[in-house]
Design a protein around this ligand. Structure first.
Ligand code: ZN
Length: 226
């Protein structure tokens, strides 16, 4: 089975459309989403509708959670906080209901899906190191755990077992100095994983962000992938 995993769309509809085209070209069997559908960009409702339209199972991200007001936002930096407040003001009832119904983890045939980390998924920990990954390997039993959250494509393997934690990167706001949208392609039979990179019209997303009155930095960063 070929599986596409997408994460951290962040209201970037143009990037999401480009990624959906790329996924269709690969002929995948299933698609999963790791959350942060909204936050940062200017098309939150359209991105939620796209995920709904394609019936893509999705887990809760910290921006999704913050935008529907489930938690305080004191831990966000100034740009993220401004984006959360804007998103909260601009979500429609459908988006609010959909995001409010998301679970923190999903599993399917040997795969775990979670936004931040298998260890305490609701605490929004980052996994950047093997040490941080080791705490998470103890918290799930599947062969591979897929994560997002940092927007940095990365892979961690558990010594001895070959189990993996894979960060699939970000559709809508890559931060690895590559501005192209990123998604993950996984073959459950061969256990092969690869990151797919897709050009999209980031200048249009940036223009939408500026037009919406969101911080200019959120528009500028898309060009350099930071
Ligand atoms: Zn994110």
């Amino acid at each position: 089975m070929k599986v596409a995993i997408i994460s951290d769309i962040h209201s970037n509809l143009i990037a999401l459309e480009a990624v959906m085209d790329s996924i269709r070209d690969e002929g995948v069997d299933r698609i999963f989403c790791l959350g942060d559908i909204v936050g940062y960009g200017a098309r939150p409702n359209e991105c939620v509708e796209m995920i709904q339209h394609h019936n893509i199972p999705c887990v809760m991200g910290n921006h999704d959670e913050a935008a529907i007001g489930l938690r305080n936002i004191g831990y966000f930096n100034q740009w993220a906080r401004a984006a959360v407040l804007w998103t909260s003001d601009n979500l429609n009832d459908n988006s609010r209901r959909y995001l409010g119904g998301l679970e923190f983890t999903l599993e399917h045939e040997g795969m775990l899906f979670v936004h931040s980390s298998p260890f305490e998924p609701q605490a929004w920990h980052y996994i950047f190191t093997d040490y941080e990954a080791s705490a998470s390997f103890r918290c799930f039993k599947q062969r591979v755990g897929f994560i997002g959250h940092s927007h940095i494509p990365d892979i961690f393997s558990e010594p001895g077992s070959g189990r993996l934690i894979v960060n699939v990167g970000s559709v809508g706001q890559p931060r690895d100095h590559d501005p192209r949208a990123c998604w993950g392609l996984y073959d459950t039979d061969s256990n092969d994983f690869k990151w797919m990179r897709v050009e999209y019209r980031f200048a249009e997303t940036s223009a939408q962000i500026i037009a919406a009155g969101l911080p200019g930095f959120l528009a500028d960063r898309l060009r350099s992938g930071i």
